[in-house]
Ligand binder design. Structure first.
Ligand code: ADP
Ligand code: MG
Length: 908
């Protein structure tokens, strides 16, 4: 594979010989410089390798001439660039020598085989690790760019293992430092400087080729661009690729940046590395030849003003292709990086196809398999034809990658063999150049030595000068320091002295003062002691005071707390009271409403009775009382129950208390309720016990309201049915109250109630005398004036009751003398109503007459009063059998009556 170290000389000789033997004759003339006055050395770039060769001349004219004259295309120019050791290698390979040794002046590279043996290779240019980017550009790319500007296609490629500096060489933008600008940037600078933006144009495409797919780095969506070849011209074009016109360097840099970003994104997406893909920059240059001489005519010097004006305007199209090839390391062998063999093949297809084409070209093979891959199709016009191609192979120094480095070198070597013939010429040129370079080198070395000497002299002079100055400065400094020190020392001594004097003076002054002070101090001390003890006692007193105040305060706090609790208690009580009051008020309002209801009902009842009329209504006391009593027939048991319930709920005491209420309405309702309750025999005792009777009697006296009088009297009448109550009424001056009420009454119903009450009292044996004494009978008789049958019926009942009791007493012997009824003048009214058409009245009167007639003491009065005739009538006509026979018995048993009847000759 590699040319053996020993072989080099042979090979070289062979080549040289071959070259000499075959092309020597054409060598000099071929100095494509048609103008001998223009020495080949003018160009110090890559062309300097072949100083006298036409190829070095970057002008298309020379190429054209070469093609025309020799019928051969330009040879692929190959430079090798060594990357400096990186940080890692500096450490890891510290103990090892680089795997290569460069001899740039000889354009040789020695590849170390082992410690004692090396292989030597020659290249068009050997660029050491110190080669600047500028130099690399000038050597590798500048001739190509010049030929592009002259209308020829040109290609610059970088080939090498990943990490050896392909991208560094081609693609660096040099933003941080313009010295680092790579070939792409510098090429564009040169193109922009050369063309005229008015008449010419530049447009750029930027692509990536990966796994045989061409992607647009200026438009990532455009990811499968096809290659079109013009069958006639053989021109390769990419109609699908984005073409951006460039008018200044800045926009080109931006475009590169954008392409780089898209390349990064695309590789991230495909999970690949940029080292596996090829980056291809295409710069299309279109130049107008108008107003300029065509390269040919200019070069040939044949153009005249006349021919120029006759010539049609020309446009030259050319393109520069810069290819950052994928890493040359062989992944297909191992199938590493997670790729299948197929993928690995596909990844490397273009690169291996490139190798094959180069091999074919190098061996002058009849068939060059350009169609095998997209890369070779794309670069088909870069090999041979009118294109000028430069290849830079990049290698690293590390002995660990010796294998890859060797294969890279071999690739470069093969590429160099393309157009063998020219290489021979180079060989020839090399020797003379070497000689010249040796001389130059000697000169340079001498110059260098001279300069070095001068430099060292200068350095020495500056050093001595500096040393002198330093020692002078040091001296000055020491002097100044000493002076300063002395000055400060002196000042210090002086100030010490002054201070001592001052101190002495102070001492003296103080001792005399102290003596004076001693005396007065003793006094002062005594005084101070005194005042101190005084202060102490004062303080003690104050403390005591404070203590007592504190205890007082505590006591006060205690009493305040108790007062607070008392207040709280009172508040609570107050709240309770208020609550109670509220409750009572609620009850009152409830009672009021119930009373209203009851009174309404009572009124209704009365109205109904009134409508019934005196004749129809029952004339006895029961019916009278029933007017204030709930009417079972009318109101039903519900009402009775409701009153009883009310009685239970509210409590008798409360109802009675309402009899004294301020509000007249309330009083009326209350008295109605009490009357209703009093109608029930079961309630009567309770009412009396609760002082109800007294209240009712008082009401008769205190109230002026006749309704109250009427209802109260009714209630009293009901209560007066009980013997005990009768005595109570009497003892509380009931008769006078009732009499007075009767005297003031206008409503016959009031009179009826009063009469009813007195009538009940009249039925009590024990009260006869008292009743009569207090004017009870007179009161009864007083009421007959109103003439209302209900009233008269009650009066009659009272008289009958009284007469019955008197009669009983007389029979028992406890009473003597005339009937008190007769005494009080009741007889005329009795006689008058003995035959009253109202049967209740008549019946009571008939009974009363019978009772009176049973005692001889009354006979005389009765006979004179006309009662005898009434008795006779009763005994004959009374419809009630019992009364009829009683009257008869009475008449027949009374001697006075019998005598009178005989006197009157009435047969009885
Ligand atoms: P590749 O072409 O294989 O992708 P790069 O151009 O990315 O390699 O270079 C790999 C590393 O080496 C980068 O960090 C680059 O800056 C550095 N490098 C390459 N060539 C040089 C050089 N001539 N001088 C200094 N550093 C270099
Ligand atoms: Mg790279």
């Amino acid at each position: 594979m590699a040319t053996g170290g020993g072989n080099y000389r042979n090979g070289s000789h062979r080549n040289s010989l071959k070259g000499l033997s075959t092309i020597t004759a054409t060598d000099r003339p071929l100095s494509v410089n048609s103008n001998p006055s223009k020495p080949a050395l003018r160009n110090k770039s890559l062309s300097s390798v072949t100083a006298s060769s036409g190829l070095r001349k970057s002008s298309p004219a020379s190429l054209g001439a070469a093609k025309d004259d020799a019928g051969v295309p330009g040879r692929v120019r190959v430079a090798v660039r060594l990357r400096p050791r990186n940080a890692e290698e500096s450490v890891a390979d510290a103990d090892f020598a680089d795997c290569v040794e460069l001899q740039p002046e000889l354009k040789r590279l020695k590849l170390r085989k082992n410690n004692w043996d090396t292989d030597t290779y020659e290249f068009d240019e050997v660029l050491t690790e110190f080669a600047s980017q500028k130099r690399v550009y000038e050597v590798v790319a500048k001739p190509v760019v010049e030929s592009v500007l002259d209308g020829y296609n040109g290609t610059v490629m970088a080939y090498g293992q990943t990490g050896t500096g392909k991208t560094y060489t081609l693609g660096r933008l040099g933003e941080e430092d313009t010295a680092y600008r790579g070939i792409m940037v510098r090429a564009m600078e040169d193109i922009l400087a050369e063309i005229s933006l008015e008449s010419d144009s530049i447009s750029v495409s930027y692509l990536q080729l990966y796994m045989e797919t061409l992607q647009d780095l200026l438009d990532p969506t455009n990811d499968n661009i096809s290659i079109v070849e013009d069958p006639k011209s053989g021109d390769v074009s990419l109609p699908g690729a984005t073409l951006v016109e460039i008018r200044d360097q800045q926009s080109f840099l931006e475009l590169l940046r954008l392409g780089e970003a898209h390349r990064y994104a695309a590789n991230t997406k495909l999970n690949t590395e940029s080292s596996r893909s090829h980056a291809i920059l295409m710069v299309h240059v279109k130049r107008s030849v108008k107003g300029r001489e065509s390269a040919h005519s200019s070069e040939n010097g044949t153009s005249t003003n006349m021919t120029k004006s006759l010539r049609a305007p020309l446009v030259r199209k050319s393109k520069l292709v810069v290819v950052d090839l994928a890493g040359s390391e062989r992944i297909d062998k191992s199938g590493s990086e997670g790729h299948t063999l197929e993928e690995a093949k596909s990844i490397n297809l273009s690169l291996s196809a490139l190798g094959k084409c180069i091999n074919a070209l190098a061996e002058n093979s009849a068939h060059v398999p350009v169609r095998d891959s997209k890369l070779t199709r794309l670069l088909r016009d870069s090999f041979g034809g009118t294109a000028r191609t430069s290849l830079v192979i990049t290698i690293g120094p590390s002995p660990r990658h010796r294998g890859e480095t060797a294969s890279t070198i071999m690739f470069g070597q093969r590429a160099m063999k393309v157009e063998n013939m020219l290489k021979l010429k180079e060989e020839f040129d090399y020797k003379s150049l070497a000689r010249r370079l040796d001389i130059q080198l000697d000169k340079l070395i001498m110059e260098h030595e001279r300069k070095h000497k001068a430099f060292e002299d200068e350095l020495e002079r500056i050093t001595t000068d500096a040393e002198n100055r330093i020692s002078e400065v040091e001296r000055n400094y020491a002097d100044a320091m000493e002076k300063e020190r002395l000055k400060y020392q002196k000042e210090y001594m002086e100030s010490i002295k002054k201070l001592e004097e001052k101190w002495m003076m102070n001492q003296q002054k103080q001792s005399s003062e102290r003596k004076e002070q001693m005396a007065s101090t003793a006094e002062e001390v005594a005084e101070v002691k005194k005042s101190l003890s005084k202060e102490t006692s004062l303080r003690k007193a104050a403390e005591e005071e404070v203590d007592s105040l504190k205890s007082q305060l505590a006591q006060l706090r205690k009493s305040e707390a108790s007062a607070n609790s008392e207040i709280l208690k009172l508040r609570k009580m107050l709240e309770d009271e208020a609550h109670q009051k509220e409750k009572l008020e609620g009850e009152i309002s409830m009672l009021q409403s119930q009373l209203l209801q009851l009174s309404f009902e009572a009124d209704e009842t009365r109205r109904r009775l009134d409508i019934g009329g005196p004749g129809k209504g029952p004339g006895n006391l029961d019916s009278l009382i029933s007017q204030v009593r709930p009417q079972p027939k009318v109101s039903g048991n519900g009402e009775k129950a409701s009153v009883a319930k009310l009685f239970e709920q509210v409590g008798l005491q409360k109802i009675l208390s309402l009899l004294e209420a301020e509000d007249a309405d309330v009083r009326i309702h209350a008295v109605k309720v009490v009357a209703n309750l009093a109608a029930e025999e079961t309630n009567q005792q309770k009412i009396v016990e609760a002082g109800g009777l007294t209240s009712l009697l008082m009401l008769l006296g205190s109230s002026e309201d006749e309704t109250i009088h009427r209802v109260a009297a009714g209630a009293i009448a009901n209560l007066a049915m009980n013997e005990t109550n009768q005595e109570l009424i009497m003892s509380q001056g009931g008769i006078s109250m009732l009499s007075m009420t009767a005297a003031n009454a206008e409503d016959p119903q009031t009179l009826r109630m009063v009469a009813g009450a007195i009538a009940n009292l009249c039925g009590n044996d024990k009260l006869q005398t008292k009743l009569r004494g207090e004017g009870g009978i007179k009161a009864l008789l007083g009421m007959v004036n109103c003439g209302h049958p209900d009233v008269l019926a009650q009066v009659a009942r009272g008289i009958a009751n009284f007469a019955k009791c008197e009669s009983r007493a007389s029979t028992q012997g406890s009473k003597t003398g005339r009937s008190l009824l007769i005494e009080d003048g009741a007889l005329p009214w009795i006689v008058q109503n003995a035959n009253n058409e109202a049967s209740p009245i008549r019946r009571h009167i008939e009974l009363a007459l019978c009772h009176l007639a049973q005692h001889e003491v009354n006979a005389k009065d009765m006979i004179s009063g006309g009662a005898l005739w009434e008795l006779v009538r009763i005994s004959r006509d009374c419809s009630r059998e019992d009364i009829r026979s009683l009257a008869h018995r009475t008449l027949t048993s009374s001697p006075s009556f019998l005598a009178e009847l005989r006197r009157l000759r009435i047969e009885y």
